[in-house]
Structures are given as structure tokens and as C-alpha cells.
Design a protein around this ligand. Structure first.
Ligand code: FAD
Length: 349
């Protein structure tokens, strides 16, 4: 049986794996270098109490005006998403758009699609090299023997694709290299503060955007933002720094960065009690500030065997809902499979 490898267990990788499950009979593997699912949609647990969690990356999923609803309706129906109802000070609402939160943590969205995919998911699988071997892709990872795959789909941030070694370095042509190199991401830190059951956080908002602090851009009472204000679970707070602070401190000592953020937090919210545990997360590639130009959602690096970069979960979802039809490499790949086996069943998305 042919093997497909999806690199990255974030939202793009998980949606892609779920789509493949509906479109091919091939064995799909997902590899991620992290210890769990989510990527930038990560949910962290308190080191002292696993029930106390905080979303350190994405906070909401926003459905823009005019966007088709199947993705959101499915997740709402399964209780994975709920409309954002808590008070967020300074949130800029766009007309016709709608924000959703994930009560079980934002990584539950990714986990939902990984479950749907039925793929073999492996963590702590850090891909380092991709090379051609006898018509297949030989994929190497840290501290393990390489494995062969028929198709490889890369879903990590673009600068991490450009760090891969092996034949891929020469396979990416000069024009593609220029396109990929022009993508840009912001950098920022996130702090998760976890409290014991019964700790009280007396502020009149669930989250707040800060506009006049050099370090802090956003504070969220995370359990309140996610509609889980329960007396049995300790509260949690999430702090996102400004991009300027994140960029300036990218290579600073993490303990010093944590202390700096905490001291700004204390000046902004003096009533905040001392946390039982704290996690500091550096997002070197946080949000896309400049997308890969002339490249809607994907880039084909090689056709036989197939090697694709997928930049955006929404792109795979649009293929699934036929908005892109078979005009993309991924659409062609999945539809040619469906044609060959006479299976026109819709994808699970
Ligand atoms: C602080 C912050 C706030 C955000 N807020 C929002 C928000 O409110 N709403 C919103 O919609 N979006 C938000 N975003 C953006 C959103 O999180 C991302 O757009 C989305 O999660 C990207 O998903 P992805 O699967 O494309 O990439 P990622 O989530 O980055 O997934 C890529 C995966 O690839 C893995 N990986 C990387 N290199 C390798 C390798 N060599 N080998 C194996 N695995 C590898 C990584 O570990 C990661 O899990 C935010 C992001 C951050 C960081």
C-alpha cells in the first residue's frame, strides 16, 4: 500500500489528513516534532493540575462574512467550538464575522481532525532531510532511520520548510525559493499562568487588548474566555506580548523574558494573585504578516513523486468543499484516486 506523509500536526496537517482519509485508500502518517498535537493551536496544561489549561497560541477561530459554514457547523455540532460570548475589551469585530472559542482548548479542534483522519500520528518525529530514492521520498528525522513515502505534504511555517536538508534544497527552484523567502511571520511570546482551584481573579472582562504597554498586547482569563468558569477547575491566564517585544527578545534568556512579562503584567493587573505555575512559550513564527506571493494555499515542489507545501488549513477545506475543484495538485491527486477506484464519496469535511 502506498504511503503518504503529512509533516505537521497543526490545523493544516490535521485537516489535510482528514481530507486524505476520505479521498484515498493509502496509508496516511502524520509526523510532528512536538510532544503533542496543535502546533500554533496549542493548549498547555498546568504542571501541577492537568485540568487547568490555557490556549497559548490561537485564541479564537473567526468565520468571516460570506465564508461557507460546513467546517464551523460540524465543530459546533460536536461541541468542539462555541460562539465567543465572553466580554473581550478592544476586540475589533468585522461586520458579518463571527468568533468561536473551543471550551476544551483550541487544540481540541486539531485533535478532532486527527481522529477523523484515522492516520497514524507520531510525535517527537523531527523531519530533517527529504531526498529522492528510487522514485520515492526518503524522509529522515532526528535520531532515527529514514523511511520511504510515495507522497509528502509539508505544513510547517515556511521558514521551517526552507531549513530542511537533502535533495529538497535543489528541488525547490530559484523562483519558488524567492517566493518562499519573501513570506514573513511575526514573533511574540506567550505566558500561561495556572492557578489553584478556588483562586479568584477579579476583573470585569474575560480578555483585553492592551494598546499602551511596550511589552503586553493581550491578556485573557482563559477559562472565562472559553466559557468554562467552573469552581472545580483552577483559573488560567494567558498573556501575549507585543510583536516589538517578541522580536527584540527572540534570543534572550527565557527566564529573564518571563520575569519581564510578569512585572509588566503586575503593573497592568495589580490584583492578580500569584500563579501556582507559569509556562513561557516563544513563538518565533507566530502569525503570517506576508503570505507567499502568487500562491493560493499551496506550492507544488515536485510532481512524480508528489511533494507539496500546504500553507493554510482553509485551502484544504476549500478543496474539500470543491471551491478549488481539481485545479490544485492536491485536488488532482485526490480526485484522480477517486476516479481510479470509482469512489465519488464526499470527503469527511
Ligand atoms: C500567539 C498566536 C496567536 C494566534 N491567534 C490566532 C487567533 O486568535 N485566531 C486564528 O485563527 N489564528 C491565530 N493564530 C494563528 C494560528 O494559530 C495559525 O494560523 C494556525 O495554527 C496554523 O496552523 P498550521 O497547521 O498551518 O501551522 P502550525 O500550527 O505551525 O503547525 C505546524 C506543525 O509542524 C510542526 N513542525 C515544524 N517543523 C517540523 C519538522 N521539521 N518536523 C516535524 N514537524 C515539524 C510543528 O511542531 C507544528 O506542530 C495565532 C498564532 C499565534 C502563535
Amino acid at each position: 500500500m502506498a504511503r503518504v506523509l503529512v509533516v505537521g500536526a497543526g490545523l493544516t496537517g490535521s485537516v489535510c489528513a482528514a481530507l486524505l482519509q476520505g479521498a484515498t485508500r493509502e496509508r496516511v502518517c502524520v509526523w510532528d516534532k512536538a510532544r503533542g498535537a496543535g502546533g500554533r493551536m496549542s493548549t498547555s496544561r498546568s504542571a501541577l493540575d492537568a485540568a487547568c489549561t490555557a490556549d497559548l497560541g490561537a485564541q479564537y477561530i473567526t468565520r468571516s462574512a460570506g465564508q461557507r459554514g460546513r467546517f464551523y457547523e460540524e465543530l459546533l455540532c460536536h461541541g468542539i467550538l462555541e460562539p465567543l460570548s465572553a466580554r473581550i475589551e478592544g476586540l475589533m469585530e468585522k461586520e458579518g464575522s463571527c468568533d468561536y472559542v473551543a471550551p476544551q482548548g483550541i487544540s481540541s479542534v486539531v485533535k478532532y481532525y486527527l481522529r477523523q483522519s484515522g492516520a497514524d500520528v507520531f510525535y517527537e518525529h523531527h523531519v530533517t532531510h527529504i531526498s529522492l530514492r528510487g522514485g520515492k521520498w526518503e524522509v529522515s528525522r532526528k535520531m532515527a532511520s529514514p523511511e520511504l513515502f510515495d507522497v509528502v505534504i509539508l505544513t510547517m511555517p515556511v521558514p521551517q520548510i526552507l531549513q530542511l536538508q537533502g535533495d529538497i534544497v535543489n528541488i525547490i527552484n530559484e523562483r519558488q525559493k524567492q517566493q518562499l523567502e519573501s513570506a514573513h511571520y511575526s514573533s511574540r511570546y506567550a505566558l500561561g499562568l495556572f492557578y489553584e482551584v478556588g483562586a479568584r481573579i477579579d476583573v470585569p472582562w474575560a480578555a483585553k487588548y492592551i494598546t499602551d504597554n511596550p511589552c503586553i498586547r493581550f491578556i485573557s482569563i482563559d477559562n472565562k474566555k472559553r466559557n468554562i468558569d467552573s469552581p472545580e477547575i483552577g483559573p488560567s491566564v494567558v498573556v501575549h506580548t507585543t510583536v516589538t517585544f517578541g522580536t527584540e527578545h527572540l534570543d534572550s534568556d527565557p527566564a529573564e523574558v518571563q520575569q519581564l512579562i510578569l512585572s509588566h503584567l503586575e503593573s497592568l493587573v495589580p490584583s492578580l494573585p500569584k500563579a501556582a505555575s507559569v509556562k513561557c512559550q516563544k513563538w518565533r513564527y507566530s502569525q503570517v504578516t506576508k503570505a507567499v506571493p502568487n500562491c493560493p494555499g499551496q506550492m507544488i515542489l515536485h510532481t512524480q513523486p508528489l511533494l507539496i507545501c500546504g500553507f493554510c488549513w482553509l485551502f484544504f477545506f476549500l478543496i474539500a468543499s470543491n471551491s478549488f475543484g481539481t485545479s490544485s495538485a492536491f485536488g488532482k491527486y485526490t480526485s484522480s484516486y477517486r476516479d481510479s477506484v470509482g469512489n465519488s464519496a464526499p470527503s469527511p469535511l
